[in-house]
Design a protein around this ligand. Structure first.
Ligand SMILES: *Cc1c(COP(=O)(O)O)cnc(C)c1O
Length: 430
């Protein structure tokens, strides 16, 4: 059995004429793995149905949101009902208060939440709020962490000093880049050093508390706690970017699983149930700085629209009422982890598997993967062969070695075992 994707390739050729690179978000284009992207016709539960007539087991879940599987019935129903009543008014609705109440009850350490339309918007706004609150300009981010595509985050390590950011995309100005200081993930000493050298200038540290955008990387014991202390000592805010981890790892996200308190938390992905939603939340004292109460400006025509809010409400309500889902997901990713690890070891393939809750990634390297540099030691030729081999066998993995798999609870143990068997068949041919 080997799946083919002829119609997908034809659709991609046509798309490239009218859409830059054929896609509306770059990772979809398969640049990291080569070949043409796969076109989806529909999806249900754990499966994607492609335009080629193939059924794939899905491990990206739309990059996280579809934690309960595709076309999850309560969300579908909520969206249909909301649509009939009008999809946006640009005026307040009671539903916005209800979902805000629910978010605040699920997320630790926050009193208020502002809805936006994407994770990018949430992170961008969180940093503006941190700057407005502290009256400081500089931020610290970690190499390999992704916080959306706004200018302040498209920064790479400059030559020489690691901590001196330079733009990593044309269009980002040097002026913007100079206010973003870069540190290595899991390197607390470096963060302390940056704070010392920029005394009184750091508005916030922003981090993926469990990193998922350089593959899954787990914070080492004391790392997040240490940053928390440094922020307190130096009067900076600690921003948890929980766009990926929020409502995925636990009701209270990574704040709950790590026990570390954030000052501002950003959400996205799961919170929208598959519709475009982001959010940022904090204690009232911080949120009071936001317009219209305070001077920090932030707005959105479609923010909190009833269509998106009804999807998010249905999703969060289900997770809140059925928290055993988080254990179920963790059990499934543990099963996958063990199965793949056993297979790769038996086949003599160097690998590191990082897993946290329902986030998991396979790095083809013999070095522990603790930060962007060690993630980059992975053998990319192996990854490409692995990705395409799995795709030929009906398994859809993230098309980049620097992305985590996101499990969804519709996956059955049979699906997981089929996946492990596919790994065995793929690497057995190397
Ligand atoms: C996906 C992601 C974002 C960006 O969210 P978009 O909705 O794609 O703008 C920000 N931060 C993290 C950690 C993410 O995983």
């Amino acid at each position: 059995m080997s799946f083919t994707y002829k119609r997908s390739s034809a659709l991609f050729n046509e798309a490239q004429k009218y859409i830059p690179g054929g896609v509306n978000s770059p990772v979809r284009a398969f640049n990291a793995v080569g070949g043409d992207p796969v076109y989806v016709k529909s999806a249900k539960g754990a499966y994607l149905h492609t335009e080629d007539g193939n059924r794939l087991i899905d491990y990206i879940a739309s990059w996280g949101p579809m934690i309960l599987g595709h076309a999850f019935e309560p969300v579908v129903e909520a969206v249909i009902e909301a649509t009939k009543k009008g999809t946006s008014y640009g005026m307040p609705t009671e539903l916005e208060t209800e979902i805000a109440k629910l978010v605040v009850s699920m997320a630790p350490n926050v009193d208020q939440v502002r809805m936006v339309n994407s994770g990018t918007e949430a992170c961008m706004s969180a940093v503006r709020l941190a700057r407005g609150f502290t009256g400081r300009d500089k931020i610290i981010k970690f190499a390999g962490c992704y916080h959306g595509h706004s200018d302040s985050f498209l920064i790479q390590a400059g030559s020489g000093a690691v901590t001196f950011g330079s733009p990593n995309s044309p269009g980002v100005t040097a002026g913007t880049a100079k206010d973003t200081l870069l540190a290595q993930y899991n390197n607390l000493e470096q963060v302390a050093d940056i704070f010392e050298k920029n005394e009184g200038q750091i508005a916030c540290v922003i981090i993926e508390p469990i990193a998922g955008n350089m593959g899954c990387i787990i914070p080492q014991e004391g790392f997040l706690e240490g940053i928390r202390d440094l922020c307190d000592v130096h009067g900076a805010l600690f921003v948890f970017d929980e766009v990926m981890t929020g409502f995925r790892l636990a009701r209270g996200g990574a704040q709950e699983t790590t026990g570390v308190k954030a000052d501002i938390v950003t959400y996205g992905k799961v919170i929208g149930g598959g519709l475009p939603v982001g959010a940022f939340a904090a204690r009232r004292q911080i949120m009071d700085h936001l317009a219209p109460t305070g001077p920090v400006y932030q707005a959105g025509t479609l923010s909190g629209n009833p269509l998106a809010m009804s999807a998010g409400m249905a999703m969060l309500t289900h997770l809140n009422n059925n928290p055993e889902i988080f254990n179920s997901l963790a059990g499934k990713s543990e099963h996958l982890h063990k199965g793949i690890a056993e297979t790769l070891s038996r086949q003599g393939i160097d690998h590191q598997i990082n897993r946290y809750g329902s986030m998991i990634s396979v790095h083809f390297t013999d070095q522990p993967v603790l930060d962007f540099e060690t993630a980059a030691t992975g053998n990319n030729d192996w990854f490409k062969k692995y990705f395409h081999g799995m795709l030929e066998r009906g398994i859809y993995l993230p098309p980049s070695a620097f992305e985590s798999y996101f499990l969804n609870d519709a996956l059955s143990y049979e699906d997981l075992d089929r996946t492990i068997e596919a790994v065995d068949a793929v690497v057995g041919k190397w």
